[in-house]
Design a protein around this ligand. Structure first.
Ligand SMILES: Cc1cc2nc3c(=O)[nH]c(=O)nc-3n(C[C@H](O)[C@H](O)[C@H](O)COP(=O)(O)OP(=O)(O)OC[C@H]3O[C@@H](n4cnc5c(N)ncnc54)[C@H](O)[C@@H]3O)c2cc1C
Length: 413
């Protein structure tokens, strides 16, 4: 929809081909509050006809920059975006998300192989909506927003609590808040979803005690919704240059999908859409050249997110890496010693990723003591500026200095 909004100035007609029935009455006629009601009690995405977005019930946070783009495109976030069109087209945007079949289509129909890299880091979410009740600790009851990421290899689980609405209730023990709660495990350490009791048992072992206490005093309102189909998948479309088909592009998750830990996927797709809009706004390109032109800046955007979100995934103890090169040769690498029955080669961590893993570690320690560095970090997290600001020369010096001093002290002890 964001892509269509950017391109609407340049085409008389934009056709969105959507496999889900997004024009169904529930969607069109419900108020936002009614949609939230559905969200709070439904069991699966198919219930409101959104099986095409299987991640829909997982916890989603829209970063600041993504929200800015959305507001710029739809100042009133109006309802009047939808009109009925017939199907025809001379520029095709594949934004069918994480399960795109474009690669298969390109190979079968144009004999075109797109080089790819996939990192399978055994990630699984369980998400549900729950009503919070008082614990015996008023300080805990005052915490409504809670987030704690995985940090492999030592900490392979994370959890998030986000309030989504207040409710009226006569129960004086209720906090009067419904929250969306997600727990996540990587390295195939999946949280269970068979029963809330089992999830609590798991949480007792895998989450900090304050989070366990909150979960223990939460009543789930819907079922526990698992999601285990997460892996990083980068399609290097830019490497195909002018071999790439004319007037056809991949956008958003269809081009690159990655760990959702930093809440980046929607903003990544919006930025692709904005980039495409900019290229059309320049009014100097032939329609048939736009796909190659777009692939370059779009890949730069994807690379920024890719590096940011995969740096940590490379640390997963049982990481599986699958690469496909330009000739179509597929190689599988697997880390994990005895648990690697196929005896695939161990994946080799790129030097730049090793550097970033080390840099991030020391940057966080520096930022904890510096207002300006933590402000820079907040800007990067809300994605309204380039992550490279975390490496400007003065910062780089501070971080390296801290790492070296630490190293020096260790070697003196
Ligand atoms: C567990 C989880 C948590 C996440 N949390 C966050 C978060 O907090 N913040 C964030 O920014 N991102 C998050 N993401 C990522 C985010 O969901 C995606 O990056 C984002 O939705 C991608 O947008 P898209 O438009 O590329 O694809 P999608 O939103 O997936 O849209 C694809 C559309 O294409 C349709 N479609 C699919 N196949 C076809 C077909 N063959 N023909 C026609 N239509 C088709 C689908 O029905 C759907 O409407 C999360 C992802 C997961 C899995």
């Amino acid at each position: 929809m964001a892509t269509a909004a950017y391109l609407s100035k340049h085409f008389k007609r934009i056709t969105i081909i959507e496999s889900d029935d997004v024009l169904n009455d529930t969607f069109i006629e419900s108020t936002p509050a009614e949609l939230l009601n559905y969200h709070c009690r439904l069991e699966s995405p198919t219930s409101i006809g959104r099986s095409g977005v299987s991640q829909i019930y997982q916890i989603h946070i829209l970063a600041g920059e993504g929200f800015k783009i959305l507001k710029e495109l739809f100042p009133e976030l109006a309802d009047k975006l939808i009109t009925q069109y017939g199907v025809r087209g001379n520029f095709i945007v594949d934004c069918t998300g994480r399960n795109t079949s474009s690669l298969r289509w390109l190979k079968e129909n144009l004999n075109l192989i797109v080089p790819t890299v996939q990192l399978h880091f055994g990630c699984g979410y369980v998400t549900f909506i729950g009503e919070r009740f008082k614990t015996e600790d008023p300080l805990l009851d005052a915490i409504h927003l809670f987030g704690n990421n995985c940090n492999s290899p030592d900490k392979n689980t994370g959890r998030y609590i986000n309030p989504i609405r207040t409710i009226k209730t006569d129960d004086e023990n209720s906090l009067g808040v419904l929250s969306i709660i997600g727990v996540v495990g990587v390295n195939s350490e999946y949280p269970p979803n068979d029963s809330y009791e089992d999830l609590l048992e798991w949480a007792k072992e895998h989450t900090p005690s304050e989070c366990y206490t909150i979960l223990k005093s939460t009543k789930p309102c819907n079922s526990l919704i698992p999601y285990r189909r997460i892996f990083d998948d980068r399609k290097y479309v830019e490497l195909l240059g002018e071999k790439w088909p004319q007037s056809y592009i991949l956008l958003g998750d269809a081009m690159c999908k990655f760990n959702s830990r930093y809440a980046q996927g929607m903003t990544h797709a919006f930025r692709h859409a904005r980039e495409l809009g900019k290229i059309f706004d320049e009014h100097c390109h032939k329609l048939e050249d736009i796909s190659y032109i777009f692939n370059r800046p779009a890949s730069t955007i994807s690379e920024e997110y890719w590096i940011g979100s995969t740096t940590n995934d490379w640390k997963t103890p049982r990481l599986k890496l699958i690469t496909t090169d330009k000739t179509g040769e597929i190689r599988t690498y697997q880390r994990g010693g005895d648990s690697n029955p196929t005896k695939d080669l161990e994946p080799r961590v790129p030097l730049m990723i090793k550097f970033l893993q080390c840099y991030n570690y020391w940057f966080i320690r520096c930022a904890a003591k510096s207002g300006s560095l933590s402000t820079d970090l907040v800007h990067v997290v809300s994605q309204d500026c380039n992550p490279l600001i975390l490496m400007k020369p003065t910062t780089l010096l501070k971080v390296c200095y801290m790492a070296l001093i630490h190293q020096f002290r260790l070697s003196n002890n």
